[in-house]
Design a protein around this ligand. Structure first.
Ligand code: KG4
Ligand code: ZN
Length: 340
């Protein structure tokens, strides 16, 4: 298709990343994220501090996204923003900015569900790989959610399995915290796991019915194990950090994989995707690639920059809604609990 592309400004502020991106149809022209280091001092995201940091970061981040894209704000076709789920104070900053920006420039406003956007990140066009086909089975694994989603079209998604307690990202972060690693621990567990033996220690797998997940039992088992071993040897964690990281990571991966396999068997779908922050995990990516080759799945794994929270996914999700003419009014409010 030729002609002028549709330019969308995407804004993401659901948790502790302030992000803005500009898309041209399904391609990304810029993707800027400002993280918030402050939370590592507290071992987790402090909502009040997150909203303040969003307030400080949002204008510079949006400015940078427009500059990097080489797009003037008057050339934009619409503004898309994360409506939820997420932290209310954080969502309010991005949402209020988006509304004011759209009002000032008389642009259409598009509200986006963050979880849908994580999945729609697969439909960002790049030169490296084709976009997936429908029907698609997507495993979303983030800091707040673990879901198996059956997707029949860009806007037709159904949750067929999810966690009853902690999310996979939380399992990584809590295990890291137990080992004394700073927040967010997931990427650090990934890093140390590369030098460890995934079978050095074994942890219990939950027996959950159907396609449900559970990670809270694993966290408790890990905590008790570390406590008991540390009583015998106070340097236990330090001396076995790599093996502990590799073993807990392997357990989480196997729990996820078992349900994913079950879901493919139940649905007969062989187009598989993973999304969300935990899809950046190198062990999970490798295991799924091996499993896909063995089982004949067509596997889609997002580029690293589209795994964790980003605004490129919000911009592209906005593009699909723009094509369908799904716009919001100025009375739109954030939805901290926004179901897929
Ligand atoms: O999608 P995301 O950026 O934010 C939410 O929407 O929750 O996901 C953040 C989660 C955190 O729990 C973080 O520790 C985890 O993703 N994460 C990882 C890795 N990178 C991010 N977990 C394991 N290995 C990684 N490499
Ligand atoms: Zn996310």
């Amino acid at each position: 298709m030729s002609g002028r592309p549709i330019y969308i400004l995407g804004i993401e502020s659901s948790c502790d990343d302030t992000a803005a991106a500009v898309s041209a149809d399904c391609r990304i022209l810029s993707n800027i994220t400002a993280g918030q280091e402050i939370h590592s001092l507290y071992g987790g995201v402090v909502p009040e501090l997150a909203s303040r940091a969003h307030q400080q970061n949002i204008v510079p981040v949006i400015d940078a996204a427009l500059k990097k894209a080489g797009i003037n704000k008057n050339e934009l076709n619409a503004v898309a923003f994360t409506r939820g789920p997420g932290l209310m104070g954080s969502l309010l900053v991005g949402g209020s900015f988006a509304k004011a920006f759209a009002l000032g420039l008389q642009l259409p406003l598009i509200e986006i569900n963050h979880l849908r956007a994580h999945i729609l990140a697969h439909f960002i066009e790049t030169d490296e790989k084709p976009v997936p086909s429908f029907p698609l089975l997507c495993l979303t694994v983030s800091g707040g959610h673990t879901q198996l989603v059956l997707m029949k079209d860009y806007d037709i998604m159904e949750i067929i399995g999810e966690t009853n307690d902690d999310a996979a990202g939380e399992a990584f972060d809590k295990a890291a915290k137990i080992m004394g690693l700073p927040y967010p621990g997931g990427p650090l567990v990934d890093k140390f796991a590369k030098e460890g033996n995934p079978h050095a220690f074994s942890f219990p797998h939950p027996h959950m019915p159907g396609l449900s997940f559970s990670f809270s039992g694993l966290k408790t088992a890990f905590l008790y194990f570390i406590e008991s071993q540390s009583k015998i040897n106070k340097n236990f964690v330090e001396e076995h950090k790599q093996d502990l990281c590799a073993s807990i990571q392997e357990t989480i991966i196997q729990i996820l994989l078992a349900k994913l396999i079950k879901a493919t068997e139940q649905t007969g779908i062989r187009n598989i995707a993973i999304s969300g922050g935990v899809s950046a995990n190198s062990g999970l990516r490798k295991t799924l690639q091996e499993e896909a080759a063995k089982r004949g799945w067509t596997l889609s794994i997002p580029k690293m920059e589209y795994c964790t929270d980003n605004a490129a996914m919000i911009a592209v999700a906005g593009y699909f809604k723009y094509l369908r003419g799904e716009f919001s009014g100025q009375d739109i409010a954030p939805a901290a609990r926004y179901i897929l």
